[in-house]
Design a protein. Structure first.
Length: 182
Protein backbone atom coordinates (compact mmCIF):
# COMPACT_ATOMS: atom_id res chain seq x y z
CA UNK A 1 0.00 0.00 0.00
CA UNK A 2 2.86 2.42 0.76
CA UNK A 3 4.18 2.02 -2.81
CA UNK A 4 0.70 2.74 -4.21
CA UNK A 5 0.39 5.89 -2.09
CA UNK A 6 3.91 6.97 -3.11
CA UNK A 7 3.02 6.56 -6.80
CA UNK A 8 -0.24 8.48 -6.24
CA UNK A 9 1.70 11.31 -4.58
CA UNK A 10 4.23 11.43 -7.43
CA UNK A 11 1.36 11.62 -9.95
CA UNK A 12 -0.18 14.45 -7.91
CA UNK A 13 2.96 16.50 -7.18
CA UNK A 14 5.06 16.09 -10.32
CA UNK A 15 2.80 18.08 -12.70
CA UNK A 16 2.72 20.97 -10.22
CA UNK A 17 6.51 20.99 -9.98
CA UNK A 18 6.85 20.99 -13.77
CA UNK A 19 4.40 23.89 -13.97
CA UNK A 20 6.52 25.79 -11.41
CA UNK A 21 9.73 25.10 -13.39
CA UNK A 22 11.18 22.33 -11.24
CA UNK A 23 11.95 18.67 -11.62
CA UNK A 24 10.91 16.02 -9.10
CA UNK A 25 14.09 14.11 -8.30
CA UNK A 26 12.62 11.92 -5.56
CA UNK A 27 9.64 11.63 -3.25
CA UNK A 28 9.91 9.67 -0.01
CA UNK A 29 7.01 8.84 2.26
CA UNK A 30 7.91 7.42 5.67
CA UNK A 31 4.81 6.50 7.66
CA UNK A 32 5.25 5.95 11.39
CA UNK A 33 2.08 5.16 13.32
CA UNK A 34 -0.22 8.17 13.29
CA UNK A 35 2.33 10.44 11.61
CA UNK A 36 4.30 10.42 8.37
CA UNK A 37 7.23 12.29 6.85
CA UNK A 38 6.88 13.40 3.24
CA UNK A 39 10.21 14.43 1.69
CA UNK A 40 10.35 15.96 -1.77
CA UNK A 41 13.68 16.51 -3.51
CA UNK A 42 13.65 19.04 -6.34
CA UNK A 43 16.03 20.40 -8.94
CA UNK A 44 15.87 22.63 -11.99
CA UNK A 45 15.47 20.64 -15.20
CA UNK A 46 18.45 20.82 -17.55
CA UNK A 47 18.37 23.45 -20.28
CA UNK A 48 19.33 22.03 -23.68
CA UNK A 49 20.76 18.99 -21.89
CA UNK A 50 22.99 21.09 -19.62
CA UNK A 51 22.29 20.88 -15.87
CA UNK A 52 21.43 24.17 -14.16
CA UNK A 53 23.83 24.77 -11.28
CA UNK A 54 24.30 27.43 -8.64
CA UNK A 55 22.78 25.92 -5.50
CA UNK A 56 24.93 24.96 -2.52
CA UNK A 57 25.06 21.30 -3.60
CA UNK A 58 25.59 21.99 -7.30
CA UNK A 59 21.89 21.81 -8.12
CA UNK A 60 19.97 24.75 -9.54
CA UNK A 61 17.89 25.14 -6.39
CA UNK A 62 18.22 27.43 -3.39
CA UNK A 63 16.33 27.91 -0.13
CA UNK A 64 13.82 30.27 -1.73
CA UNK A 65 12.94 27.58 -4.27
CA UNK A 66 12.36 25.03 -1.50
CA UNK A 67 10.15 27.49 0.40
CA UNK A 68 8.10 28.23 -2.74
CA UNK A 69 7.60 24.55 -3.53
CA UNK A 70 6.71 23.82 0.09
CA UNK A 71 3.95 26.46 0.03
CA UNK A 72 2.55 25.25 -3.30
CA UNK A 73 2.68 21.54 -2.43
CA UNK A 74 1.08 22.23 0.97
CA UNK A 75 -1.83 23.96 -0.76
CA UNK A 76 -2.17 21.07 -3.22
CA UNK A 77 -2.14 18.53 -0.40
CA UNK A 78 -4.76 20.51 1.53
CA UNK A 79 -7.10 20.31 -1.47
CA UNK A 80 -6.56 16.61 -2.29
CA UNK A 81 -5.75 15.26 1.22
CA UNK A 82 -4.11 12.05 -0.09
CA UNK A 83 -2.24 11.08 3.11
CA UNK A 84 -4.56 9.48 5.69
CA UNK A 85 -2.50 10.61 8.70
CA UNK A 86 -0.86 13.79 9.93
CA UNK A 87 2.44 14.41 8.15
CA UNK A 88 5.43 16.70 8.01
CA UNK A 89 6.45 18.06 4.60
CA UNK A 90 10.11 18.68 3.82
CA UNK A 91 11.36 20.08 0.51
CA UNK A 92 15.06 19.84 -0.22
CA UNK A 93 17.71 19.77 -2.92
CA UNK A 94 18.88 16.37 -4.17
CA UNK A 95 22.36 16.61 -2.62
CA UNK A 96 25.62 15.40 -4.07
CA UNK A 97 24.52 11.76 -3.82
CA UNK A 98 21.30 12.46 -5.69
CA UNK A 99 18.81 9.72 -6.43
CA UNK A 100 18.50 8.49 -10.00
CA UNK A 101 14.84 7.57 -10.50
CA UNK A 102 13.86 8.08 -14.13
CA UNK A 103 15.43 7.08 -17.47
CA UNK A 104 16.21 10.78 -18.01
CA UNK A 105 18.15 10.92 -14.73
CA UNK A 106 20.34 8.01 -15.82
CA UNK A 107 20.88 9.50 -19.30
CA UNK A 108 21.95 12.83 -17.78
CA UNK A 109 24.66 11.27 -15.63
CA UNK A 110 26.45 9.01 -18.12
CA UNK A 111 30.14 8.95 -17.24
CA UNK A 112 29.45 9.42 -13.52
CA UNK A 113 30.00 6.88 -10.79
CA UNK A 114 26.74 5.40 -9.46
CA UNK A 115 25.62 2.95 -6.82
CA UNK A 116 22.74 0.66 -7.80
CA UNK A 117 20.80 -1.65 -5.51
CA UNK A 118 18.67 -4.35 -7.12
CA UNK A 119 15.24 -5.34 -5.83
CA UNK A 120 16.21 -9.02 -6.20
CA UNK A 121 19.80 -10.31 -6.00
CA UNK A 122 21.55 -11.35 -9.21
CA UNK A 123 24.01 -14.21 -8.77
CA UNK A 124 24.01 -13.51 -5.03
CA UNK A 125 24.70 -9.79 -5.42
CA UNK A 126 22.34 -6.84 -4.89
CA UNK A 127 24.70 -3.84 -4.98
CA UNK A 128 26.75 -2.62 -7.91
CA UNK A 129 28.97 0.48 -7.98
CA UNK A 130 30.64 1.63 -11.14
CA UNK A 131 30.78 4.09 -14.00
CA UNK A 132 27.48 4.62 -15.78
CA UNK A 133 28.33 3.88 -19.41
CA UNK A 134 24.99 3.53 -21.22
CA UNK A 135 21.37 4.42 -20.44
CA UNK A 136 18.88 3.36 -23.11
CA UNK A 137 15.99 1.05 -23.94
CA UNK A 138 14.94 0.45 -20.33
CA UNK A 139 18.39 -0.58 -19.12
CA UNK A 140 21.71 0.82 -18.00
CA UNK A 141 25.24 -0.46 -18.42
CA UNK A 142 27.76 -0.01 -15.60
CA UNK A 143 31.48 -0.63 -15.73
CA UNK A 144 32.07 -2.50 -12.47
CA UNK A 145 35.60 -3.64 -11.66
CA UNK A 146 36.51 -3.73 -15.36
CA UNK A 147 33.38 -5.68 -16.38
CA UNK A 148 30.30 -4.25 -18.06
CA UNK A 149 27.07 -5.11 -16.25
CA UNK A 150 23.69 -4.52 -17.92
CA UNK A 151 20.82 -3.85 -15.51
CA UNK A 152 17.16 -3.39 -16.42
CA UNK A 153 15.65 -0.24 -14.91
CA UNK A 154 12.73 -2.35 -13.68
CA UNK A 155 15.19 -4.44 -11.60
CA UNK A 156 16.53 -1.40 -9.73
CA UNK A 157 15.25 -0.77 -6.22
CA UNK A 158 17.32 2.40 -5.75
CA UNK A 159 20.20 4.17 -7.43
CA UNK A 160 22.34 7.15 -6.43
CA UNK A 161 25.27 9.14 -7.71
CA UNK A 162 28.50 8.51 -5.85
CA UNK A 163 30.03 11.92 -5.03
CA UNK A 164 33.59 12.49 -6.18
CA UNK A 165 35.30 13.74 -3.03
CA UNK A 166 38.65 15.51 -3.39
CA UNK A 167 41.65 13.74 -1.97
CA UNK A 168 42.70 14.98 1.47
CA UNK A 169 44.93 18.04 1.14
CA UNK A 170 43.76 18.78 -2.42
CA UNK A 171 41.00 20.90 -3.77
CA UNK A 172 38.47 22.89 -1.76
CA UNK A 173 37.79 22.24 1.87
CA UNK A 174 39.88 22.23 5.02
CA UNK A 175 43.41 20.91 4.85
CA UNK A 176 44.40 18.03 7.10
CA UNK A 177 45.94 19.00 10.43
CA UNK A 178 49.71 18.78 10.64
CA UNK A 179 51.23 16.33 13.05
CA UNK A 180 54.35 16.88 15.09
CA UNK A 181 56.10 20.04 16.34
CA UNK A 182 55.87 23.39 14.63
Amino acid sequence: MAADLRNKLIALVEPLLVQLGYELVELQLSPSGRHADLRIFIDRPPVDGVPVTGGPDGSGVGIEDCERVSREVSALMDVHDPIPTAYTLEVSTPGLDRVLRTPEHFSRFIGERVNVELAVPREGRRRFTGELRVAEAGAITLLVDGTEVVIKLSDIERARLVPAWPEPGRGPGPKPARKGKR
